[in-house]
Every structure is written in C-alpha cells, then in structure tokens.
Write a protein that binds this ligand. Structure first.
Ligand code: AKB
Length: 320
C-alpha cells in the first residue's frame, strides 16, 4: 500500500488530486501537504494534513518520516505569469524546492516521486503545431526554464540513482473547484465564471491565440494513470507530452455562446501574450498513448457543457 505526500495539496490540481487519491488509496494514506493553512472542509475531513514548505528540506523530511511516506507528488509551483513578476522566487520554489524533494526521496529511499512539467518547457524555436515529444527546449519564461531544468534533473536522478521519478507536460488545465493562480492559461477558467456572473469577459490574450488545454477530469486521469503505470514499460520518465484539445479565446467564446447566446468577449492584451506566443499551439502526445495508454475523454464542447452546469449550480448557491 502506498503512503503518498502531496505537496501543494490546496492548489488547483493538488486539491482535486488529493481527494481522488484518497478515494483510491484510503484517506489516511494520502497526506495533504501545504504551505498555506488548508481551509477546504473536504480536504480537512478526508485525511491527514501537514504544513509543508517545499523550500525547507528538513520540513519535508520530517513529514515524510512522521507519516512513513513512500511516494511524493510535488504540485507546488510558481506558474508562468507570477514567475515573470518574480523570477527568483520561481526558481527557488520550482527548482530548489524540487531538488529538496528529490534529495529527501533519495536519502529516505522513497519508492516514487512525481513532478509535473508543462507546455512552458517549450519556447519560440520549438515547432508550434503538433509539437513532437523530442524537440527543442529553449523556453523564454522563468517558469519554462524551471520546467526544463526539472525534467533534466528528474532524469538525472533516474539514471544516476536508479530512482522512480515521473512527470508529464501539462497543457492549460481548466477546472471548477479551485481557481488556478498566476498562469497564462488562467483566462480559460476565468471566462466561465464571468460568463455565468456577468455574461461578458475581457481577455488578456488575443482572440486567435491557440493553446493546448485540458479539462480537470482528464488531468486527474492522466496524472493517476502515469503514477500507477508499470515503470518497466516506460521509455520516457519525467517529460511526457500530454494533449486533449487546443482552442483560441474566440473559439472558446463561441462554445460558451451555444449555452449563453448573449455572452460577449472583448480583449485587453497584457504581458501574458508574449508568454503564450512562445508556447505550442498543439501537442503530439503519441509517446504517452503508446507507453501508458493515455486517451483523453473531454473535447471543448463537452468541457463547456460541464463547466457551465457545475458553475451555474455553484452560482445559484451564492458560492461566487
Ligand atoms: C501556466 O499558464 O503557467 C500553466 C501552465 C501551462 O503550465 N497553466
């Protein structure tokens, strides 16, 4: 039986992943590690919580020893837009923090480490359409730099120490439980909240900015499928391309209009456009499909229908 520590358990992905893993492994076997105070009743009532600062190696080691953890999922990160406001912080959390996780895992002989990468690992010189698994990795954002360095250091620990370290390159993730914080793809979440609340949205990316995206249920499935995959069958380890759909703000607005015809979008472009322009438009994820059977379930219209239904109910209850 695995004992899993999730670092960043109150974040956009961490909050839902923690609950999903508690369903699979049992609440007491999944420790919600978070630097902030956890306020979600669902997280507090379904299993242990621990204060974890990823930049403090002794803090991580203490929690791992206290709960007999044998796998760490490291979801704590400073995302692309925040990373450009504070590049040093992004390096410290994303890189030094991840090395802390790897070192604790090496010293305490943990069975597994999972660390997500991102489409931000690619840069302007990468082919932007159907971006291959093996390609140029020269990002221009600090977040991207930390993601490439994270992939490389993860593979180093695999080859040097024989450790089991895995990860995949998330596209923009859209969800209705916990808001993302500080990313470039965040518009694709905010637009649904605004569509329901105000029937209009002002987008910080240009209307024709095509980016790879994924709905949270597919993100959770991909994460758990790779986490549980037979390690001996994996040729890649920490850098799997992952795809579900690609769309622009204008295409997303059309999808919303099918449910809310009066919805309007306008545009006020900011610094995040430059980040988006350096990323792929679509991704070739055939290695993930071949090595661990990846297949997404949601396309844009299926996601929109579900997002508007769930958020519509939350809005009626006065939750936003
Ligand atoms: C971001 O926009 O920074 C993230 C990502 C694509 O990794 N959502």
């Amino acid at each position: 039986m695995k004992k899993i520590l999730i670092i960043g358990a109150a974040g956009q992905i961490g909050s839902e992943l923690t609950l999903e893993l508690r369903e699979i492994y049992g609440g007491e076997n999944v420790i919600a590690g978070e630097i902030k105070e956890i306020t979600s009743e669902k997280l507090l009532n379904s299993g242990p919580v621990a204060k974890v600062d990823i930049t403090d190696i002794n803090n991580i080691a203490d929690v791992v020893k206290k709960y007999n953890v044998d796998a760490i999922i490291s979801m704590a990160a400073i995302l692309s837009a925040c990373g450009e406001q504070n590049p040093q912080l992004a390096w410290n959390v994303n890189m030094n923090g991840f090395i802390n996780v790897l070192e604790v895992a090496r010293e305490l002989k943990l069975k597994q480490v999972f660390n997500p990468s991102s489409i931000a690992a690619f840069g302007p010189s990468t082919p932007r359409n159907n971006t291959p698994q093996e390609t140029v990795l020269k990002p221009t954002s600090m977040y991207g730099v930390t993601k490439v360095a994270g992939e490389l250091i993860a593979d180093y620990y695999v080859f040097k120490y024989g450790m089991d370290v895995r990860g995949l390159r998330y596209p923009g993730i859209i969800s209705n439980e916990t808001l993302p914080g500080g990313g470039t793809t965040d518009y694709a979440v905010a637009i649904y909240y605004e569509a329901i609340k105000n029937k209009k949205y002002t987008c910080f990316l240009k209307e024709d900015t095509m980016l790879p995206m994924m709905y949270m249920p597919d993100c959770l499935k991909a994460t758990i499928d790779l986490f549980q995959a037979d390690y001996s069958k994996l040729k890649h380890h920490s850098d799997f391309n992952l795809a579900a759909m690609s769309f622009t703000p204008a295409i997303l607005a059309e999808s919303i209009k099918k449910h809310i015809p009066e919805f309007t979008i306008d545009y006020k472009i900011d610094f995040r456009q430059a980040i988006a322009d350096s990323w792929p438009r679509s991704i070739d994820d055939s290695a993930a499909r071949e090595e661990w059977g990846w297949k997404p379930s949601y396309d844009l219209d299926a996601m929109t229908a579900d997002m508007l239904k769930v958020l519509g109910e939350k809005h009626k209850k006065g939750l936003f």
